[in-house]
Write a protein that binds this ligand. Structure first.
Ligand SMILES: *[C@@H]1O[C@H](CO)[C@@H](O)[C@H](O)[C@H]1NC(C)=O
Ligand SMILES: *[C@@H]1O[C@H](CO)[C@@H](O)[C@H](O)[C@H]1NC(C)=O
Ligand SMILES: *[C@@H]1O[C@H](CO)[C@@H](O)[C@H](O)[C@H]1NC(C)=O
Ligand SMILES: *[C@@H]1O[C@H](CO)[C@@H](O)[C@H](O)[C@H]1NC(C)=O
Ligand SMILES: *[C@@H]1O[C@H](CO)[C@@H](O)[C@H](O)[C@H]1NC(C)=O
Ligand SMILES: *[C@@H]1O[C@H](CO)[C@@H](O)[C@H](O)[C@H]1NC(C)=O
Length: 249
């Protein structure tokens, strides 16, 4: 009994050691020179530069010329009005927290540290702010539909720039198809599913389109393969619930 508890304690301790060394490893790996953020989200800019325990002043700049904060060694940080007004929080560990990100917050941040010998060292961190990707729709343009062929161009449409595309047919990656458009020629298959995944560094979303012979396309799947049956059942449940709520109100 006691032995069991001791073994458990040892195991827990071993786990903690492994966990904390993993954490240390992760912290060392964090790339400090570039950070991606989401519109309305928060980022932490963490300089790699070791800041001396005592220093004269720390200054943060945005895009070289806009001073956004200064911090004297024995005083709290003082924030400047402007682009980042009320959005900054300077932490004791020299991490700069930026909240309520906007696209115009993309740019280069620079931290200048002036030490007690009036020597200044600097570090730059680039911030790129992206909008989350909205759900894409898939458009079909029929190029030819005769002699048993269905030749179409699928277009993955999403109202945001700076995104990449990936295409799948029947859940299989169409490696190398990275355009917003996909040319498709079908002849013998009776049905097929296509999806496009649109992504940027902060998010991704998927659009679907389903084919049925002869040359019929639908954004809803009417075939309901097994893998989708469950999802559909869930939506029916959800829909039923909505109806219920609707009837109550
Ligand atoms: C930010 O996104 C770019 C472009 O996809 C990528 O190369 C970079 O590694 C990302 N940065 C971080 C810190 O994840
Ligand atoms: C460094 O500079 C700060 C602010 O000027 C001062 O308060 C502090 O005593 C100085 N420390 C040393 C070791 O000179
Ligand atoms: C510094 O402190 C902030 C707030 O406590 C935390 O979110 C951040 O991860 C810390 N940075 C480092 C490098 O420890
Ligand atoms: C979708 O495709 C049709 C032609 O098939 C085209 O007329 C329409 O403009 C397209 N819609 C979008 C949003 O591209
Ligand atoms: C459809 O595409 C295939 C393959 O490129 C081609 O052989 C066929 O002639 C096309 N069909 C029509 C009706 O254009
Ligand atoms: C990507 O699409 C553009 C037109 O939207 C076309 O000109 C180009 O050839 C396509 N690239 C590939 C690799 O299919």
């Amino acid at each position: 009994m006691r032995l069991g508890k001791m073994a458990a304690a040892v195991a827990t301790f071993a786990c903690l050691v492994v966990l904390s060394s993993l954490q240390a490893y992760e912290a060392a790996e964090v790339p400090g020179s570039q950070v991606n953020g989401t519109v309305h989200g928060t980022v932490y800019l963490t300089p790699k530069l070791p800041v001396p325990h005592e220093y004269k002043q720390i200054t943060w700049w945005f895009d070289k010329s806009l001073k956004i904060l200064t911090k004297k060694w024995d005083q709290p940080a003082s924030y400047r009005n402007g682009l980042f007004h009320n959005k900054l929080r300077y932490h004791e560990n020299h991490t700069l927290e930026i909240n309520q990100l906007q696209k115009d917050g993309s740019g280069t941040f620079q931290m200048d540290v002036e030490d007690n010998q009036s020597k200044t060292t600097s570090e730059r961190i680039r911030l790129d702010v992206y909008e989350p990707v909205p759900k894409p729709s898939v458009n079909v343009t029929i190029r030819a539909s005769k002699d048993g062929w269905c030749n179409v161009t699928l277009t993955c449409i999403v109202d945001v720039t700076q995104v990449s595309y990936r295409w799948y047919k029947n859940e299989k990656d169409l490696v190398g198809k990275i355009n917003s458009t996909l040319d498709v020629q079908l002849t013998s298959e009776s049905e097929a599913s296509y999806k496009c995944i649109v992504s940027n560094p902060v998010s991704e979303e998927t659009g679907f389109i389903y084919y049925r012979s002869p040359c019929t396309w639908n954004e809803k799947n009417s075939a309901v393969p097994l893998s989708l049956a469950r999802k559909t059942a869930d939506s029916i449940l959800a829909f039923g619930f909505l109806l219920l709520v609707h009837n109550w109100v």
